[in-house]
Design a protein around this ligand. Structure first.
Ligand code: NAD
Length: 533
């Protein structure tokens, strides 16, 4: 956690578990931010020419640096974000190492120039190729909840595509951000291929105003809207990875033990501070009692404490602001007639010198939730799991889709045909069948939301394509005759165009062949015109 100091010149980073100071970082003034983007553009001119093999070597080297410092990095992530060290390893370090090896090894192949089939145009001696140019400077503005894996993974993909990067880490996790810069430096990357600037929202806004060649933003819908508005003025392209209110649908034929384990992890890992956390559980009526009992029993067994304990499953939340939203949502639920079966308030964690703050919230299971309750519509971003019921497949789909958000969802059933049928009707960027939450950790797959969960994609081929500009190169190898559609126009031309519409444009070789006499008349006409001129 951190605060902007009174002088507004430095960020003070503190550990959410006990309030102790992690350190202080100078805030980058606006001129330094625009300077970083301008400098990034100079560095880009050289970096974009670096062969893929060299980019790959450096990214693989960066992996080695991370592995060598793994435990220290995990501890730093835990100290600034509050999450358990175990989750820093499982949900940040391991997945980003995997993403890095994948993108290092496959970017060249994925960005290889591509010949495009152009149908009947190729009969005229033409061909088309698409080549991919890097964009330039990518501005990365991440949230605090995955302060290491999200910006680092995005940066690794950006540099493999030939871009340079400026990262503005969250003000809650500035030292994790600086660590990312240090990793690129230690791996031998040319200076400033990846630059880190420090600060809060104002610094992020300054980065957007500095007009990088793309903004990749992860954070709230409110901030996403502001970024989009500024970006629109400059026509800066953006990827927005925003919030979620992700549903988990459990049919009565599901494996209830698995579903209960998954619900507990999906709702409570990182204290529920995941864009893809299970924020709404819909269980088929006849299975509700059994599933709820299994979830409550598992929840009661979770150990809560400071993130550096290796047996700790739930640690501190990131900030007072965040924990207050959770308290409010629990109150809203209870006032509306739902019931907290376990949890529901801040946890008493023994032996903590917490300087008057307590950011531990008990994992909380709520029953009797319905979609008309306010916290079923707003993102909570905390360790609460509201359970609602449904009767039919159609009702489950309607309940799941009854949200402004559409990031991820999961469907639990032993009937895979039903699982796929339901999954394909859910409005979300990722839908898992008998799995939950973790696919951000599969770098090969696209990540991003439908509806108000965002724009564009990170990860996968789709994410890589966000970081390049495709260029179409079209060649005419028989450039001897004028094209039939060139000027001057005439009755012969008009008839030819009619036949283009009715014959050539069908894509049928047979029909196109039948327009050859008309085509020849038109070409003769064009040649005659040329001789007369
Ligand atoms: P936030 O919007 O408050 O802040 C995100 C980042 O934006 C921070 O670095 C912040 O300093 C910066 N920022 C704030 N105001 C800005 C402005 N006007 N211009 C430019 N930058 C600005 O979000 P948060 O509280 O850090 O993160 C929580 C949110 O992030 C949740 O809604 C969560 O769902 C979402 N999230 C989404 C994904 C995803 O992949 N879709 C992943 C993680 C988190």
């Amino acid at each position: 956690m951190s605060a902007v100091s009174e002088a507004r010149s430095e960020l003070i980073s503190t550990n959410p578990a006990d309030g102790s100071e992690v350190g202080r970082v100078q805030i980058s003034p606006p001129e330094e931010v625009s300077g970083a983007v301008a400098h990034g553009r100079d560095v880009f001119e050289r970096w974009k020419r670096t062969p893929f093999a060299e980019r790959k070597r450096l990214v693989m080297r960066a992996r080695e640096v991370i592995v060598a410092e793994m435990d220290d990095i995990a501890l730093l992530i835990s100290q600034e974000s509050g999450k358990p060290v175990a989750e820093a390893l499982s949900l940040e370090i391991a997945p980003v190492l995997d993403l890095m090896q994948w993108i290092a090894r496959s970017a060249e192949k994925m960005l290889r120039p591509r010949r495009v089939g152009i149908g009947l145009f190729s009969l005229m001696g033409r061909s088309s190729r698409v080549i991919y140019h890097p964009l330039g400077v990518i501005g990365i503005i991440p949230a605090w909840n995955y302060p290491f894996s999200i910006p680092l993974g995005e940066a690794a993909m950006a540099v493999m595509a030939g871009n340079t990067v400026v990262i503005k880490p969250s003000e809650l996790t500035p030292f994790v951000g600086l660590k990312i810069g240090e990793i690129f430096e230690k791996s031998g990357f040319p200076k400033d291929v990846v630059q880190i600037i420090s600060g809060a929202g104002e610094t992020g806004a300054a980065l957007v105003a500095a007009q990088p060649d793309k903004i990749v933003f992860t954070g709230s819908l409110t901030t996403g809207r502001k970024i989009l508005a500024t970006a629109a003025e400059n026509l800066t392209p953006v990827v927005l990875e925003l919030g979620g209110k992700d549903p988990m649908i459990v049919f009565e034929d599901a494996d209830m033990e698995m579903a209960a384990d998954a619900a507990v992890w999906g709702a409570f890992c990182n204290s529920g501070q995941n864009c893809s956390a299970v924020e709404r559980l819909y269980v088929q009526k006849d299975a509700a009692e059994e599933l709820t009992a299994l979830i409550v029993e598992r929840t009661k067994r979770l150990v809560q404490g400071p993130g550096d304990g290796e047996d700790v499953s739930i640690a501190a939340m990131s900030s007072e602001r965040q924990i207050r939203i959770v308290e409010q949502h629990v109150d809203y639920f209870c006032e509306a007639g739902a019931e907290a079966l376990v949890g529901g308030k801040r946890a008493e964690v023994e032996g903590l010198e917490n300087d008057g703050q307590n950011l531990f919230f008990q994992p909380t299971v709520i029953t009797g939730a319905t979609n008309d309750m306010r916290p079923m519509r707003e993102e909570t971003f905390g360790p609460i799991l509201p359970i609602a019921t449904f009767t039919t497949e159609e009702e489950a789909i309607a309940l799941a889709n009854d949200s402004d958000y559409g990031l991820t969802a999961s469907v639990w059933t032993r009937d895979y045909a039903k699982g796929r049928r339901v999954a394909e009707q859910i409005e979300a960027g990722t839908v898992c069948i008998n799995e939950v939450l973790y696919t951000h950790g599969i770098g090969q797959t696209p990540w991003g939301g439908f509806k108000k969960s965002g724009l564009g994609r990170t990860h996968g081929l789709e994410g890589l394509m966000e970081l390049v500009k495709p260029q179409h190169i079209h060649t005419n190898r028989i450039a001897l005759l004028p094209d039939a559609w060139w000027m001057p126009y005439s009755p012969t031309a008009t008839e030819t165009f009619r036949q283009f519409a009715t014959k050539f444009a069908t894509g049928s070789l047979f029909k196109t062949a039948s327009m050859l006499p008309q085509l020849l008349r038109r070409i003769k006409e064009l040649l005659k015109n040329r001789q007369q001129s």
